[in-house]
Design a protein around this ligand. Structure first.
Ligand code: ADP
Ligand code: MG
Length: 730
């Protein structure tokens, strides 16, 4: 799939070496004989589709003949060999072709169960075939006796019969007669609703001629390079393949097309945004950003360096940077963010750092303030709890350009905040912000040029997902931790060991360490969450942790209280913090060595990983203790997997596998449900290939206006153009 040198085509049907996307274009396929409108015709135009069937198809989202053709199987049952009846062996699934010699229906001892028996012969022998509760077949069998049967020979004592899996009447009839149900690999469709697979197969058979009207949006040269068939061929093969391998190859071809359309739509959208907005290109790094790196007490990791280089590349361009920096907790994103801020300052402009909560904004300001002051840079913190007078003074400083770096919550993007010259904005944990907030930030420069924006997230997202959900952003990944980190020891604590666990926690506290105690997640309501955290707090205070200094933190506390609790904990006044999962993001207390998670089975793996990331930030040995608090065997398995996996990306992949695409992001919501054929979980290779091709094609034809690209552009816009922002929906 790699359009580059040396990579083989993934497509088994293809024999050609993949071409380089840079090579000369092939001529466009003629489409004059095609009438794509034919595919829009309603399913009722197919023979045999009445109102009932149409309704049932509609329930599957299949309205037009085109929809039906693109209802693609996700796997195939292996082909059953066609054998002579005289050579039937017990057990093996096979197909036989023969003539019904006699047919009868009899009752059985079980009430309501009727058996239809037919003697079927083919010249080499005959066999008794048995159907349950399908007595209505008696009439057609006697009228049209040529049949194809798929099944296997079963022997019960002296009784020997052919147990039917599927059958087909060969002597004429609607959509039948070609062995479509019994010969060749049988497709398995993702959903058939109230329709029998048999009927779907018949309808598809009738719909197949319409595939000739398909216009192939994939440029001929991509097809040639990848050794892929035309869309029409792929559609025919996917439903009626000669072998399962051919079927899968055709399915991959259609999944690739879908992913290519998606990537093209995302990149076109980015292209439109970038051509509509200008940004000031920044001169090469010099001054404070250089000095920041020179003064570091450590050596940046290779991944941090790569991210810095990628950001430098973006900042040199006259279009706004739209980059997502992904890195596990503790991977060192702050350095990269600080660097980006300083690049703006040294170019004579301003920078903003926006955090999702006040606690985090304060923490950033407390960390960065002194560090930036050392470099002669003036930083200020703006949150909702600034007094009116403070706020006024601060805003004046921002407007005058005296404040060079402004840190804050979304208070930063209120209308009253006017920067003199905002060049770079960093948005921490960007998924916490809505798109309107991000856009407001982009407009906050108060100038004709938009700021360069770096989004940061510690939520590891599998690459397949990020290419889709964040496909309109460039992505930098910090995929290694600084050296010398000891992984957090993680245990699942069985109920009977809970007392022992609290004793362990007390010993840690006695040794001067601190602990987080996270209460069960209650999704139903915030009020329940608060109630739960209060009762856990009361239990601990009266029981296992009595006599220790405990703090209580939840989302409904007034922000002043939250801050007081957080700073008490930070300064060591509080020994343990009982909280909801609000501490999930970014909070950093190096002395905290224990994380207890109650009701752990309710959290997703990625979320548990975020929570665990709150400890193990200092030099002390750290522990994450999981109290399952119920949960079935699967939940236990998940927790055990978590306990032995330290890599956030691996956990995110596992989450995706275990909970499914829809679960992770809400499939409709994120637009993931808009994928009909491709599956992110298993189609990674196709997706990366589609991404590379989309980049290559747009690289040489920015707006895809060349004739050989126009169909691709139109199809991408038609299919995914309405997705205004996948980002917005996460
Ligand atoms: P996060 O990605 O979670 O924001 P931070 O930027 O807070 O991570 O970094 C975590 C800790 O690791 C900080 O104390 C930071 O100073 C330190 N750190 C960052 N990069 C390196 C490095 N390359 N080598 C050693 N320590 C580092
Ligand atoms: Mg951080």
């Amino acid at each position: 799939m790699m359009p580059g040198k040396g990579a083989g085509s993934y497509f088994p049907l293809g024999s050609k070496e993949p071409l380089n996307p840079g090579s000369a274009s092939l001529p466009v396929t003629s489409s004059s004989a095609r009438r794509p409108g034919e595919l829009e015709r309603p399913v009722t135009d197919l023979k045999g589709v009445g109102r009932r069937t149409a309704e049932r198809l509609s329930a599957l989202g299949l309205e037009s003949i085109g929809d039906l053709l693109f209802h693609v199987p996700f796997r195939y049952e292996v082909a059953a060999d066609l054998v002579d009846i005289g050579r039937l062996r017990e057990g093996r699934p096979v197909s036989v072709r023969g003539r019904v010699q006699s047919v009868s229906v009899r009752r059985t001892r079980r009430p309501g169960l009727k058996v239809l028996e037919a003697i079927v012969g083919d010249g080499t022998g005959s066999v008794r075939a048995v159907w349950y509760n399908q007595q209505y077949l008696e009439e057609p069998f006697s009228r049209r006796p040529e049949v194809l049967l798929r099944g296997s020979l079963v022997r019960r004592g002296a009784d020997c019969s052919f147990r039917i899996k599927s059958h087909e009447i060969l002597s004429g009839g609607e959509g039948e007669g070609d062995g479509i149900h019994t010969l060749g690999p049988v497709p398995v469709y993702p959903a058939t609703g109230e329709l029998s697979v048999r009927l779907i197969r018949s309808l598809l058979h009738g719909a197949l001629p319409y595939a000739a009207h398909l216009i192939d949006p994939v440029p001929a040269r991509v097809l040639a390079a990848e050794g892929m068939p035309s869309a029409a061929d792929a559609v025919a093969t996917v439903h009626f393949p000669g072998t399962a391998a051919e079927g899968r190859a055709a399915r991959n071809r259609l999944a690739f097309e879908e992913l290519l359309l998606l990537q093209v739509a995302l990149l076109l959208r980015r292209r439109r945004e970038q051509s509509a907005t200008r940004a000031r290109p920044l001169p090469p790094a010099a001054g404070q950003s250089r000095r920041l790196l020179e003064r570091l007490a450590f050596v940046p990791t290779a991944a941090q360096r790569r991210s810095l280089d990628e950001i430098d590349g973006d900042l040199a361009k006259p279009v706004p940077m739209r980059r997502l920096l992904q890195g596990d907790v503790g991977s060192g994103k702050t350095l990269v963010a600080t660097y980006a801020l300083l690049r703006a300052v040294e170019a004579g402009g301003q920078a903003a750092l926006m955090a999702p909560t006040e606690v985090l904004a304060e923490q950033h300001a407390a960390r960065l303030g002194p560090q930036l002051a050392d470099l002669g840079v003036r930083l200020a913190l703006l949150t909702g709890s600034c007094s009116a007078a403070e706020r006024r003074a601060l805003l004046a400083g921002v407007a005058a350009g005296e404040i060079q770096v402004l840190v804050g919550t979304h208070a930063l993007i209120q209308e009253t905040v006017r920067f003199r010259d905002l060049l770079v904005a960093v948005v921490d944990e960007q998924h916490r912000f809505g798109v309107s907030q991000r856009e407001a930030l982009a407009g906050a420069g108060g100038q004709e040029a938009a700021p360069h924006v770096l989004h940061m997230t510690a939520t590891p997202i599998p690459r397949t997902l990020s290419l889709t959900v964040y496909g309109d952003l460039d992505v930098s990944v910090i995929d290694e931790l600084p050296p010398g980190r000891t992984p957090v020891k993680t245990w699942v604590v069985p109920d009977e060991r809970t007392a022992g666990m609290w004793e362990f926690v007390r010993r840690e506290l006695d040794a001067g360490r601190q602990a987080y105690i996270v209460c069960p997640l209650i999704e139903e309501s915030d009020a329940l969450c608060v109630a739960s955290v209060r009762s856990v707090f009361a239990e601990l205070e009266a029981g296992p942790l009595s006599g220790y200094r405990l703090g209580l933190l939840h989302g409904k506390l007034p922000s002043a209280d939250k801050q007081r609790v957080m700073s008490d904990f930070q300064e060591g006044g509080l020994q343990a913090l009982v909280s909801t999962s609000v501490i999930e993001v970014g909070v950093d207390v190096a002395n905290a060595s224990v994380m207890v998670i109650q009701g752990a089975h309710r959290f997703g793996l990625s979320q548990l990983h975020q929570l665990r990331g709150r400890v193990g930030r200092g030099t002390a040995e750290s522990y994450c203790l999981l109290l399952p608090g119920g949960g079935d065997e699967d939940a236990q398995k998940r927790l055990r997997l978590f306990a032995k996996t330290a890599d956030g990306f691996a956990l995110a992949e596992a989450d995706l596998r275990l909970r499914g695409e829809g679960q992770l992001f809400g499939s409709r919501q994120s637009g993931m449900g808009d994928l009909r054929i491709a599956r992110l979980l298993t189609d990674g290779r196709l997706l990366y290939g589609a991404r590379r091709w989309a980049l290559a094609l747009l690289g040489e034809d920015l707006d895809l206006v060349r004739p050989e690209h126009r169909m691709l552009r139109d199809a991408a816009e038609a299919r995914f153009g309405a997705i205004t922002g996948w980002l917005d929906r996460v």
